[in-house]
Write a new protein. Structure first.
Length: 728
């Protein structure tokens, strides 16, 4: 009873019961933390020395183990303290009376009895797999909603009512429906408390080979894949923590959106990279600019492989008609090699070596060709001639121009010249494609598609070999900057810091690719270099593809799978989109892609999408009115999605409602909207989105399926609205 003598209602009583258990869990966790800190303190004391004592090897080993434990405990506690969803999130009441609590990590009491079971453990599977038709010996499944260490709500599912337990209290409408109705923020939440059975099956699948997770919009593919990464680390930690897991997404905005999911599950040893940053290991930069539809299609095609080979083989030094590229004098005798001979030498060397590693072989072939032209009466051996020629200024200038050290960026930048494109693209690209390719390099900024081409060139060119004759720098000049102390011994020691035969790129034990339907064939080649010995998780939906040639994309994926073990999981339920919104989006995409995998939307809001038209002159005012209306209708985020050409012209500063709700609104292109969701979405200029994307209507389908509550479309101009033809 409370202070007034009134007995608590059932919900308050249940909340108090759960709070007591959560308090107990945090108490034991704090005890473990204090113990870990004590171990760390003891470790520091052992290493304090007056130089008269020493540490035995076995003491050092024990110390290392204890320090490692202390570090892991502190790291996990720091992660949990930063999360708002809480450590304990689930409870199972079994038919035999056993109660199990499920949480983000496992916690045990002093007798080593489990207070919380890690959600990835086998004992936790019924929390996700049990249903009313197959309760798996579970009577009631309860989800605890916590804010830090305070239980603020509970939601129950009664799975087996055949036992007639009248004393068992059932609270709420079910955890899943409650979670779906919550307002969205600017970061993706984990779904560890509401994973459904078909999702759990994909999460816990075996790791060898390739796991493909498919499904339409809103089926939870992305968050399922992230939970799978956490599960793999839990179940095969030695393999995947040592070898690493790479998670690849469509954009930097998307990676920001998902970055807190894995840490909230107790994992932070995963590398997250947008597709434009996959090659950051070889290029040292991440690209964000998007090409035009035509240029993107050209750069992503496998036709670029032979084109790039031609580009590498195309010498920087081009001889004019009748000109002799190399002419040297040896003891008064003029020796020369024509362009035909030099071209033959170049082709022969490049069939056996990469450009940057083949310079020595090319130079040897040139010397051999010159020696064949040396008059016999000079009576000079090859080594003597080579020494004389290699020291001449004419030869040094020739060699630097004919076979320079090449960087990927310098080589690819040559495609900005129409004449070079014509030479290397003949018979590969048509005139329009050649023009689009050359024009795409008018700007200094590299594009997302360029990163795959640059990475391909890094592999083709090989590393630039170090000059063994270079003298070490013993005294640093005034302009020299260094970030560490470098001794003379450091400079003079004959030790290579890197393996010259090592791959220039990072490699991983597992590669997880989200929005895989948008990965171009050239990007697949880039990804395969980083996962040549890896297992893979591939997540996507062809109906949302922005890549124009679906057959080419499917072929690239099939090549990746090859004969490796593989398994397919289809997610069939759309948890994000209200039925009113998804019905419209489904009708639109069927027109462009009849084979679209359309999931079942399980929620309704009773609010139909609003299809509006605005003139150019009234667009800003109409957009402002819709933002004001949606801001009053939903609690969370609002996405304004428009074609790239339209996005820059939307005047946000003059819009009162947009300015008033700036913290809730995101303006973005359809491609940057991939994988994201908002409470409400305004799609501006649907026809423009179709026209400016290589994926056409499929990309519009992406934009239409981003909202969790309300959708508004805003056609611009009297003639707009062609996209609505399928709705009539």
């Amino acid at each position: 009873m409370d202070s007034a003598g009134t007995p608590p209602n059932p919900i308050e009583r249940e909340l108090a019961i759960e709070q007591a258990h959560v308090d107990l869990v945090y108490e034991h966790l704090e005890q473990a933390t204090r113990s870990a800190r004590k171990v760390a303190s003891q470790g520091r004391d052992i290493f304090r020395s007056d130089r008269e004592s020493y540490v035995r090897e076995e003491d050092g080993t024990a110390l290392f183990e204890r320090d490692a434990f202390a570090f892991q405990a502190a790291r996990r506690l720091a992660t949990l303290d930063a999360e708002h969803e809480g450590l304990v999130f689930g409870r199972l009441d079994h038919t035999d009376g056993e109660i199990r609590y499920i949480g983000r990590i496992g916690v045990r009491d002093a007798e080593y009895e489990p207070l919380v079971i890690d959600w990835r453990a086998r004992a936790a599977e019924p929390f996700y797999r049990a249903t009313a038709t197959d309760p798996m010996d579970v009577v009631r499944r309860r989800v605890l909603r916590c804010r830090n260490d305070i239980v603020v709500g509970i939601e129950d599912d009664l799975l087996d009512d055949s036992l007639g337990r009248d004393e068992l209290v059932i609270v709420g409408e079910g955890a899943l429906m409650a979670a779906l109705k919550r307002a969205r923020g600017h970061r993706m939440r984990d779904i560890v408390a509401t994973i459904q059975a078909e999702q759990d099956e994909a999460i816990r699948a075996d790791y060898p080979g390739v796991t493909v997770i498919s499904g339409g919009p809103g089926t939870g593919k992305t968050v399922v894949a992230l939970h799978r990464a956490a599960y793999l680390l839990y179940s095969n930690r030695r393999r995947f923590e040592r070898g690493g897991i790479l998670v690849v997404g469509p954009s930097g905005l998307f990676m920001d959106y998902i970055e807190r999911v894995l840490p909230s599950l107790g994992e932070d040893s995963v590398v997250l990279r947008p597709i434009g940053g996959v090659a950051v290991d070889t290029l040292n930069f991440t690209a964000v600019r998007i090409d035009s539809a035509v240029a993107a299609a050209v750069k992503g095609s496998l036709r670029m492989v032979p084109l790039l080979k031609r580009l590498v083989n195309l010498p920087l030094l081009e001889a004019a008609a009748g000109d002799v590229p190399l002419r040297v004098t040896v003891k008064g005798e003029a020796l020369s090699l024509d362009a035909t001979t030099l071209g033959r030498i170049r082709r022969d060397v490049l069939t056996r070596s990469k450009a940057n590693t083949g310079r020595a072989a090319a130079e040897a072939a040139v010397m051999e060709a010159l020696y064949e032209r040396l008059p016999e009466d000079l009576e000079m051996d090859a080594d003597e001639m080579t020494e004389l020629v290699s020291d001449s200024a004419a030869y040094k200038m020739f060699l630097q121009a004919w076979w320079p050290d090449l960087t990927a960026t310098d080589v690819l930048r040559r495609l900005g010249t129409q004449r070079v494109v014509s030479l290397v693209a003949e018979g590969i690209l048509d005139a329009a494609e050649q023009a689009a390719l050359a024009a795409s390099y008018d700007e200094d900024e590299w594009t997302v598609a360029d990163t795959a081409l640059l990475d391909e060139l890094v592999a083709m060119l090989g590393p630039i070999e170090e000059d063994d004759d270079q003298e070490p720098l013993l005294f640093l000049g005034e302009e020299t900057r260094t970030t560490e102390v470098i001794t003379t011994a450091d400079w003079l020691r004959d030790v290579r810091e890197t393996d010259p035969n090592a791959d220039p790129h990072d490699t991983f034990a597992h590669v997880l690719v989200d929005e895989a339907q948008d990965i171009s064939p050239m990007q697949w080649r880039m990804l395969r270099r980083r996962g040549s010995q890896a297992s893979w998780t591939i997540v996507g939906d062809p109906a949302q593809s922005s890549w124009p040639d679906l057959d080419e994309s499917a072929h690239s994926l099939q090549e990746l799978i090859g004969s490796a073990p593989h398994r397919n999981f289809r997610l069939s339920t759309n948890y994000r989109s209200p039925a009113e919104v998804f019905t419209l989006a489904a009708e639109v995409v069927r027109r462009a892609y009849a084979d679209a995998d359309l999931p079942v939307a399980i929620r309704t809001t009773g609010v139909e999408p609003l299809l509006l038209t605005a003139t150019e002159a009234d667009l800003s005012a109409d957009l402002d009115r819709q933002v004001a209306s949606l801001a009053g209708s939903v609690e969370g985020t609002i996405g304004v999605i428009a074609a790239p050409s339209r996005l820059g012209s939307l005047d946000r500063a003059e819009s009162g409602a947009v300015r008033a709700n700036a913290g809730r609104i995101v303006f973005l292109s359809p491609l940057n909207a991939k994988g994201l969701e908002f409470d409400a979405v305004i799609v501006v200029g649907p026809d423009e989105i179709v026209a400016e994307s290589p994926g056409g209507v499929r990309v519009l389908y992406v934009a239409l399926t981003r909202p969790t509550q309300r959708l508004v479309t805003l056609d611009v101009g009297e003639s707009a609205g062609a996209w609505r033809e399928s709705l009539r």
